[in-house]
Design a protein around this ligand. Sequence first.
Ligand code: PMP
Length: 390
Amino acid sequence: MRHSQRIGGLTGGGSDGWDVFLKARAMIAEGMPVTELTIGEHDIRTAAPILQEMHRSALSGHTGYAAVPGTMDLRETVAARLTERTGVPTTADNVLITPGGQAGLFAAHMAACDPGDTGLYVDPYYATYPGTLRAAGAVPRAIRTRAEDAFLPSEAALRSAAKGARSLLINTPNNPTGVVYDTGTLQMIADVCTDEDLWLISDEVYDTQIWQGAHQSPRALPGMAERTLVVGSMSKSHAMTGSRCGWVVGPEATIARLITLATHTTYGVPGFIQDASAFALQQGAQFEAEIAAPFRRRNARAAEILAGQNTVGLVPAQGAMYLMLDVRATGMTGEAFAYDLLEAERIAVMPGESFGASAAGHIRVAMTVEDAAFEAALGRLVAHAERLAA
Ligand code: PMP
């Protein structure tokens, strides 16, 4: 049978650097000791009290269909958290609960783009972005950035790409770079969106992982709440990746339409997962800081380890669970370096190229193994790069 072009063309096709990841997984399956610094997942599991709440909720009967927009308790909890942290008055009517941030990204683009509309995103990007835009019928257009500019989009590049586009997807703190957008950049982005009448889709799933300053949501900038759709998630802030619980926050009229979309696609998120998520959010910022603490610690240690050499460049990472390292001094592509590192040192990292052409000659290191193993792996990575560069 013939498949739709939409499903057949979802990914761009070709090698995208995930081969290194698959090879590492195959080596592990064969029993080889590989240090995996690839996927963005915590080295701790969901905290026991959250699981106990999930269990309590399920046993008390919250196992039937849950309210499609999300439970009132969770929507109100998410709304209160955003109001408190961004200053933008937000109510349950501004919140749709989704099965993870990923479903939120899809829903946001469904709301913003008609089939064939251009949706912009910043390169380097989280791996699913172009495919998510295509799944929603949009035509993805990358905005290239430069390592020398900390991978921040330039106003010139943004303005020229924005002509005729419908939406712009940004992500701060950023996966894969760890970069946090400064106020000036966010204001420039807001100005372009206003001038060109774009939706801003703001992926803020790493909002609790900031090592300097505080998270700034572009939805809080003047005039932006009406054209911004914020995507959030329990995955990173509460180590709940497998629970698949996230949200879209936006104007009431948009959320009303997205509830209709949810009715016809996901039909909501399990009630016991939502109860556990509301409970987890109600633990407050201190709990979230504890979940983020290992990455904060490892980020600081990485800066110390990398300060002692000048072969491997560190993109200033002020947030998220990743480091983007410049390995161009070895004369290799990110992909070749990642393969070589896996073979020689049994350390698995992601080639920068798998996150877009702008990250060529870089590798992404996920800080997702315990401190001593992380520090040892980083030290060996640097030594390996130094040997290659010599
Ligand atoms: N956005 C970014 C930038 C991510 O890194 C991820 C997960 N790695 C997601 C969205 C989606 O996360 P989830 O669906 O687990 O909420």
